[in-house]
Design a protein around this ligand. Structure first.
Ligand code: NAD
Ligand code: WQD
Length: 338
């Protein structure tokens, strides 16, 4: 199959590129580098041993998107391209609506005009908001708690409407929980611009000496050690699920919405301790006020993905920390300027 990875230069897209290329797929990356570095392309070439087909493309430009699809045949699209910072989305909601929602609409227009009828979409556990109970199943009620989350929910809905209008169009909504870790080579990994919002890249930057100490947001949650509990999932397990979802769309010809998590809740303190062990570094921290909008505990029931895709997470917290640390230690400042 010839597969387009929109936003494929980003953290998760780059790892999915490796898995798909290893499975012998013909993979093309399109990105505008708004939150990624061109340096990832050379690293992907080192890992796969092949040149990486890349096209600059901004999904906000509908004309360019439609033109792109008219010139290039694809069998499927994996759509990673979005802005993803919850805090930033509260400050700049319109930019998030424009980039994520209009960008997705433009992508769907381009696909429709070119007759491309398979889509794997990067959704998020954020669509569950503050779930009534854990582990969370896919039929839990959906809630919006911030503009970023609204964009994910709207994107799922508009993809669903398109599926409803065309029995030949099939989509997989993959609801990621908390992706962490890196490819075992240490050549690609998460490289956030500025101060990391997410826990694992912050810990990595403390370990490598770029930040003094971690602030743990809240030590008084109703969890076993008082810190927030999440479902961290190794990015290589996550990447594999994209290849499995594409197979499902081809062979089963059904739509799909599945959680991608391990099913295990891990607290902030547990992750900090596991990282300290894996890296043999101290991770200084202080417990501070809760972060507004955070919830106590969210973790997945991943059994539907197991049943429908035959997928399950294989890598545990130790591998997540070891691989994240290898990437950070080998690349203390992230990707080199291309
Ligand atoms: P990322 O920012 O590393 O990757 C997204 C990529 O999309 C970047 O390379 C960026 O340059 C590109 N992009 C953004 N807007 C674009 C546009 N208008 N046109 C072309 N390219 C554009 O993020 P990631 O962590 O790899 O996440 C990938 C997807 O998974 C996103 O949709 C995100 O919302 C979703 N997701 C991420 C997480 C997470 O914690 N990382 C969790 C759940 C869901
Ligand atoms: C994890 C835990 C924090 C940073 C976010 C988005 C979600 C999804 C994944 C895209 C929480 C604590 C964090 C820090 C801390 N993204 N923490 N100190 O909030 O579960 O999910 O990313 O879809 O939509 O909301 O992930 O990594 O930010 O936080 O104590 O410096 O770590 O309070 O308990 P979160 P996170």
């Amino acid at each position: 199959m010839r597969i387009l990875l929109c936003g494929g230069a980003g953290y998760i897209g780059a790892h999915a590129y490796v898995v798909l290329a290893e499975r012998g797929q013909d993979v093309v990356i399109a990105d505008n580098f708004s939150n990624s570095s061109p340096g990832v392309l050379a690293r992907l070439q080192r890992i796969t041993g092949e040149p990486v087909p890349f096209h600059p493309l901004d999904l906000r430009d509908r004309g360019a998107v439609v033109d792109f699809f008219a010139r290039q045949p694809f069998d499927a699209v994996v759509h990673f391209a979005a802005l993803k910072s919850v805090g930033e989305s509260c400050e700049r909601p319109l930019d998030y609506f424009h980039n994520n929602i209009t960008g997705t609409l433009n992508l769907l227009y381009g696909m429709q005009a070119a007759g491309v009828k398979r889509l794997v979409f990067s959704s998020s556990a954020t669509v569950y908001g503050d779930p009534a109970s854990v582990p969370v199943r896919e039929d839990a009620s959906l809630q919006v708690t911030n503009p970023y989350g609204r964009t994910k929910l709207v994107m799922e809905e508009l993809i669903g409407d398109l599926c409803g209008s065309d029995a030949g169009f099939h989509a997989a909504n993959l609801r990621y929980f908390n992706p962490v870790g890196a490819h075992a080579s240490g050549l690609i990994g998460e490289d956030p611009a500025g101060i990391p919002n997410n826990l694992m890249p912050y810990i990595c930057q403390v370990a490598v000496g770029r930040r003094e100490r971690l602030s743990i947001y809240g030590g008084d949650y109703p969890t076993p050690d008082g810190t927030g509990v999440r479902d961290y999932i190794h990015v290589m397990d996550l990447a594999r699920a994209h290849a499995d979802a594409l197979d499902y769309l081809v062979h089963e010809r059904h739509n799909l919405t599945v959680n991608l998590g391990t099913g295990q809740g891990v607290s902030v303190l547990q992750l900090v301790n596991a990282f300290a062990d894996a890296s043999a570094r101290d991770i200084p921290y202080q417990i501070v006020e809760r972060r507004p909008g955070d919830v106590a505990a969210v973790y997945a029931d991943p059994s539907l993905a197991n049943r429908l895709l035959g997928w399950q997470a294989e890598l545990g917290v130790e591998a997540m920390c070891r691989d994240a640390w290898r990437w950070q230690a080998q690349n203390p400042q992230g990707y080199p300027a291309a």
